[in-house]
Design a protein around this ligand. Structure first.
Ligand SMILES: *Cc1c(COP(=O)(O)O)cnc(C)c1O
Length: 451
């Protein structure tokens, strides 16, 4: 029961707000007022002293997280996971986000005082990373790049047909079907070949004067095995070149656009089956589209690289304005391209011996804290719609399966396999090993496992 005297000593809202004038100036009166009312309630409930209402309101405003988005530790061994935000940004990219948060010369030339090309330094960094690309463009994501290409190079020119192999009519994830996206622009998909086999002549028979582009899509989340045949980029580029040279050819001006998805700019020996922008352009693609937050390890973005006239046409499409990226994305992407190693690259290329030693050290500490933990072999994956079939030999710390749920509630995402909870440190920042240790110890203590 609250003592009536105590209730009388709780200061009035206006009085506390006046005391917290500096906080109100910085944070706004609405936020501070809500905190004061909450603190008064706590005082009424006897949780804090009436004299502490102002201090409690100040504390709760100051310690409030800037976003309710919960940071997670990815101990699944799946390096890129769309549901938890795909790539983690590099330190350089994080710093770039902060720098770009204020006013910046994203579209302004301080030397002349005139407007400048938006994101020019990011585009220059992309061109430097892929010198064979004549020009580059950045849009909101990989899907936006496809929508823009289909619209600007096809539908807007009165050539609404997009020629695609049946085997590449793919679903990328969670109800995202590529052909439906393309059809939403008003384009018509002309499917060629069959699910398992497509030949060059299938393409040449389908190209008419209504064809806007030939689209090749990397089926980035599955592999087809057995009686299969596909037409690779080089063969398709040769075919289009031959067709273009024929008099009155309907293929004149039909570009080959390749959606490589994963965003590798150059080949990576770890991922031999994964297409990259430089190789794909060298093989004859006119344009390449890719995501920024998959294997490139940057912010969400759609990257377009290739022939200058095509990129220019996309840039001048009215739709480009709706799909353009923010200064924050441009800054983070530039830093990803020019800065240090990305967490994605570090996780994929982690040395197995180093990973094993690190896991053993953590398992030993856990055992010392009374947590039953062993290091076991594990198989990690690229994830995020990249490199299907690529296995990354890895190790994991195995603990009791019933730890997975409390860990998850604490923001540590592990896997349950074979009746055990497995924590793979491959995609975990080394500085987070302590957090994993402390949470597992606390869960064991709460369970009464440790004295
Ligand atoms: C991931 C992916 C996309 C979609 O890219 P977002 O950046 O997620 O929009 C498109 N095509 C392929 C082949 C992909 O792998």
């Amino acid at each position: 029961m609250t003592d009536p005297d105590r209730r009388r000593r709780i200061p009035r809202t206006d009085t506390v707000l006046a005391d917290l004038g500096d906080l109100v100036a910085r944070q706004g009166s609405d936020l501070v007022k809500r905190a004061v009312i909450a603190a008064q309630e706590r005082a009424r409930a006897g949780e804090i002293a009436p004299e502490d209402v102002a201090a409690e309101a100040r504390r709760s405003v100051s310690s409030r997280p800037s976003t309710t988005m919960k940071p997670l530790i990815n101990a699944t061994g799946v390096v890129l996971h769309t549901n938890i935000g795909r790539a983690c940004l590099s330190e350089d990219a994080k710093a770039a986000l902060l720098r770009a948060a204020g006013h910046v010369d994203v579209e302004f030339d301080t030397a002349t005082g005139l407007r400048a090309r938006r994101g020019r330094d990011t585009l220059a960094a992309l061109s430097a990373a892929v010198p064979s690309a004549e020009d580059a463009l950045v849009v909101n994501n990989g899907a936006a790049a496809l929508v823009l290409a289909t619209t600007a190079l096809g539908v807007a020119l009165g050539r609404p047909e997009v020629v695609m192999s049946r085997g590449e009519i793919v679903e990328i994830g969670d109800n995202f079907r590529l052909h439906e996206l393309i059809a939403s622009t008003g384009a018509t998909i002309v499917e060629v070949g069959t699910t398992n086999r497509t030949w060059a002549r299938d393409y040449s028979e389908a190209i008419t004067d209504r064809t806007g582009l030939v689209l090749k899509v990397h089926p980035s989340n599955f592999v087809v095995q057995g009686f299969t045949h596909g037409v690779d980029v080089a063969e398709l580029a040769d075919l289009l070149r031959d067709l273009r040279e024929r008099p009155d050819s309907p293929a004149a001006g039909v570009p080959l656009v390749v959606d490589i998805g994963s965003g590798l700019l150059r080949p990576d020996s770890l991922l031999p089956g994964e297409p990259d922008a430089a190789t794909t352009l060298a093989a004859g693609a006119d344009l390449v589209t890719a995501s920024g937050d998959k294997l490139l390890g940057g912010p969400q973005a759609g990257i377009v690289l290739g022939r200058a006239d095509l990129v220019e046409r996309m840039r001048h499409s009215p739709l480009a304005r709706a799909l353009r990226v923010d200064k924050l994305t441009l800054a983070a992407l530039e830093a990803t391209l020019t800065g240090g190693v990305t967490p994605t690259h570090a996780a994929l290329h982690a040395d197995l011996d180093v990973l094993r030693r690190r896991s053993e050290a953590l398992a030993e500490r856990l055992q010392g804290s009374g947590v039953d933990a062993q290091v076991v072999d594990h198989v990690a994956a690229v994830g995020g719609g990249g490199a299907p079939g690529v296995v990354l030999p890895s190790v994991a710390i195995a603990v009791a399966a019933d730890r997975a749920e409390p860990l998850r509630r604490d923001g540590i995402i592990a896997r349950v396999r074979g009746g055990r909870c497995l924590l793979d440190l491959r995609a975990v920042a080394p500085t987070d090993d302590d957090v994993i240790h402390d949470r597992l110890r606390a869960i064991a203590a709460a369970n009464g496992d440790v004295s």
